[in-house]
Write a protein that binds this ligand. Structure first.
Ligand code: URP
Ligand code: ZN
Ligand code: ZN
Length: 465
């Protein structure tokens, strides 16, 4: 299969120029001005005119939860619906989370997750391995996960006690082992004990609405845990990545780490840049935004945008973890039973463009850096993924920067019956998406089937940012 994308404005994390892209099979073969349409090959050539369009690398969302057992139910997008919705929004690859069951092995968890994901993905995918029980047995499994399975990042939870949380002793042991084998630790950095105390207190006082989910996770719960994580990573020398960082206090912990020359990667999520805690004042409707950590204040949004521009925040992900309204109703009489999570996999790229680039908060290059390139670099996939260069996978988004459209649950492709952004009018729309040289999305239709998405083995993590 040969393809030529003609005359697009190609934007990478570092470049911005107009040229043609020639694709052979799954890979980008050549980039240049006015590439000849004659190929000399027997195969037919498909030509896409990208005049007046932006051409980005495929987006990578390194934080999603598909078909995940959580809080007594499963997230409502499975690997098919979730990766397809991602493609509609220009995200060609996701990294999902395997959750080890406490008392069981990492291997058992990997097999369980393969059972749900294998042959079901439309877009490309990988896994982080969440270690919820670090012991002598788990320790021995770390090397094989990195070197054999291509799973080089290990997720840890400092909250959700009893199911997912590990203590500091386990964290340090895991860091030492992961460092030894060239991996990275990502962390949900909130103080689980303090949160559990506040949840119990609010419930005892009969304060049961979604607003109290927010009030049970004040900024200090995240700032304290982020600082502790950064200190443990510094002590062990293990590369660290804080997921879904939301607030000024937590980012200041990282700022201090960078002052002592320690590199800690930070991810925020699109919702923390755009939405704020006033949404919890809508009685039970606030359950749509019950997620952990919760939405914060406007001042935190400013801190996060500034953090992106200062290079302190390297990635904008989603933490896509959708639950249908009937699932959210599990907590109608008690905020602590509302399944935590919010749908966003489809709209991350368009929201970030419209609210970030179009409103002058970030440059186009920064946009590509945080949505496409840095996830590939941090998680061991660059330059196969995350850029437009000869030899890279032909994962490409053709984007109309001027087209206006409105987000609605009635037209989105995620398997969830509401949107956290209902009625938002955006400028800039994904028109065509290529995944490994195949047109996956065109004219608002998905042209690849489930099973097309491949599991991408990742290398040892290289800190090249
Ligand atoms: O609310 C959230 N974030 N749900 C998914 C699990 C997690 O903590 O990332
Ligand atoms: Zn989390
Ligand atoms: Zn998450």
């Amino acid at each position: 299969m040969l393809m030529l994308i003609k005359n697009g404005r190609i934007v990478t994390a570092t470049d911005d120029y107009t040229a043609d892209i020639f694709i052979e099979g799954e890979k980008i073969k050549a980039i240049g001005k006015d590439l000849p349409v004659e190929t000399g090959h027997a195969q037919s050539l498909q030509v896409i005119d990208a005049t007046d369009k932006l051409v980005f690398p495929g987006g990578i969302d390194p934080h999603v939860h598909l078909d995940m057992p959580f809080m007594g139910t499963f997230s409502s997008d499975n690997y098919e619906t979730g990766t397809r919705a991602a493609l509609f929004g220009g995200t060609t690859m996701v990294i999902d989370f395997i959750l080890q069951k406490q008392g069981n092995s990492l291997r058992a968890a990997l097999e369980e997750w393969k059972g749900r994901s294998d042959t079901n993905c439309v877009g490309d995918y990988s896994f982080h391995m969440a270690v919820t029980d670090f012991n002598e047995h788990t320790k021995k499994e770390v090397k094989g996960m990195i070197e054999k399975e291509g799973i080089s990042s290990f997720k840890t939870f400092m909250a959700y006690k009893g199911a997912l949380m590990i203590d500091d002793r386990q964290m340090i042991g895991l860091m030492e082992e992961v460092k030894k084998h060239g991996g990275l630790i990502n962390v949900h950095a909130t103080n689980g004990d303090l949160i559990d105390y506040l949840v119990a207190k609010h419930r005892d006082e009969g304060k049961l609405s979604p607003l109290y989910h927010y009030l049970s996770q004040p900024e200090v719960t995240e700032a304290e845990a982020s600082e502790r994580f950064v200190d443990m990573a510094n002590y062990t020398g293990c590369p660290g990545y804080i997921v879904h960082l939301t607030c000024e206090g937590a980012l200041n912990a990282v700022r201090n780490a960078t002052r002592r020359n320690q590199k800690v990667f930070v991810e925020t999520c699109i919702q923390y840049l755009l939405l704020d805690a006033s949404l919890y004042e809508k009685d039970f409707d606030g359950a749509k935004w019950v997620m952990s950590p919760p939405l914060r204040q406007k001042k935190d949004q400013e801190t996060l945008w500034a953090g992106i521009n200062q290079g302190l925040v390297q990635v904008v992900a989603t933490d896509h973890c959708p639950f249908k309204w009937e699932q959210k109703l599990m907590g109608k009489d008690d905020f602590s039973k509302v399944p935590n999570g919010h749908p966003a996999i489809e709209h991350r790229m368009e929201l970030l463009y419209s609210e970030g680039v179009n409103k002058g908060k970030i440059t186009l290059n920064k946009y590509v850096e945080v949505a496409c390139t840095n996830p590939a670099k941090i998680f061991g996939m660059f330059p196969r993924k995350g850029t437009i260069a000869t030899g890279s996978d032909a994962d490409i988004v053709i984007f109309d920067p001027n087209e206006k459209h409105t987000i609605s649950a009635s037209s989105h492709h995620m398997n969830v019956d509401y949107s956290g952004y209902e009625g938002w009018e955006l400028t800039g729309k994904v028109k065509t998406v290529l995944l490994r040289g195949q047109v996956a999305i065109d004219d608002n239709k998905c042209l690849v089937e489930k099973g097309y998405g491949q599991f991408i083995k990742r290398s040892k993590v290289v800190q090249v940012i």
